[in-house]
Write a protein that binds this ligand. Structure first.
Ligand code: NAP
Length: 287
């Protein structure tokens, strides 16, 4: 059976390993990244490079986007020289996996509809390691028939692709899970620092957490970086600030939400935005 031609725009921390999984599973892959140097390792592995976003859209049946934020996504989909600049090509499917506002997903879906092409919002839960391993959890909004069409490719990227309802539903679910992520990260940082203030080493405190019922996947994942006090970016701290702001705009107004956003915003303002979000512990230690 002829396989779909896949396009990929956005080769950052997440996009690169995800695009590799598409290529390695046998799909014909065309890539586009604003900074062309990031395309090189995929081209060396057999991917084609699109000269323009219009070229990417016209060459491929399904185009994925994995970009930093709402501004980037809207600019890449633009009708002047972006993905949607080539006129209507019924049957094409665009899938945005970036974390953006549900409102942005609905806007893009409506824009795609005017071009008679399909759109899914499909942001992911899971960071760089699950992206490498093809074990992301993919949260999908849009038309059910488009989800069914995309499912074989989504299964290459994730261990679970969950259809959640109409356009924007994937983005809504993503903002909710990232709220829980932020709470976990800040709670871990505060707990370790509180224990240290009372003479309990971070090594011992992390053992207590991870051996007991309070340990969980994200805490286990972040334990080595807390122990090493080193936070190279897997999920950049600036992105949890973005996501907590988007959650607030989408109506999140619960007791923990405002202090959580304040803390991460302050950590970003303190110069930690490009480090992993666990670097919030550095901000809390010195504040
Ligand atoms: P990243 O490493 O910062 O990569 C961002 C990508 O967006 C790069 O390819 C960048 O191109 C591109 N980009 C930014 N602005 C652009 C613009 N105006 N026009 C065209 N391209 C633009 O980000 P990431 O960590 O891969 O995250 C991508 C998305 O996934 C974000 O929405 C993030 O919130 C979400 N997410 C991340 C993680 C994680 O653990 N990292 C987990 C789940 C979800 P250049 O290379 O040219 O800068």
């Amino acid at each position: 059976m002829k396989k779909l031609k896949i396009g990929w725009a956005g080769l950052g921390n997440m996009g690169t390993p995800m695009a590799f999984n598409i290529l390695n599973s046998g799909y014909e892959l065309t890539v586009f990244n604003r900074s062309k140097d990031k395309e090189q390792e995929l081209i060396a592995a057999g991917a084609r490079s699109a000269k323009t976003l219009q070229d990417l859209a016209s060459h491929c049946d399904v185009v994925f986007t994995m970009l930093s934020d709402d501004v980037a996504v809207k600019s890449v989909y633009n009708e002047t020289d972006g993905l949607l600049s080539g006129g209507s090509e019924p049957g094409k499917l665009f899938i945005d996996m970036s974390t953006v506002a549900p409102e942005t997903s609905r806007y893009l879906s409506a824009l795609c509809r005017t071009k008679q092409v399909s759109f899914l919002d499909a942001p992911v839960s899971g960071s760089v390691q699950p992206a490498r391993e093809g074990k992301l959890i993919i949260l999908v909004g849009g038309e059910a028939q488009d989800f069914e069409k995309a499912k074989p490719v989504l299964d290459v990227l994730g261990k679970l692709a969950l259809y959640l309802g109409s356009e924007g539903a994937g983005s809504s679910a993503k903002l909710a899970i990232n709220y829980l992520l932020g709470i976990n990260i800040q709670a871990l940082a505060e707990t370790v620092l509180f224990a240290e203030q009372n003479g309990i080493s971070k090594e011992n405190m992390l053992t207590i957490i991870n051996e007991g019922a309070c340990g969980n996947g994200i805490i286990k994942l972040k334990t080595p970086s807390v122990l090493a006090d080193s936070f190279p970016s897997a999920f950049a701290l600036k992105y949890i600030v973005k996501d907590l702001k988007l959650a607030k705009e989408a109506g999140l107004n619960s007791p923990l939400s405002a202090p959580l956003l304040n803390t991460f915003e302050a950590a970003a303002a303190d110069g930690l935005g490009e480090e992993d979000l666990m670097a919030v512990i550095k901000y809390l230690r010195r504040s």
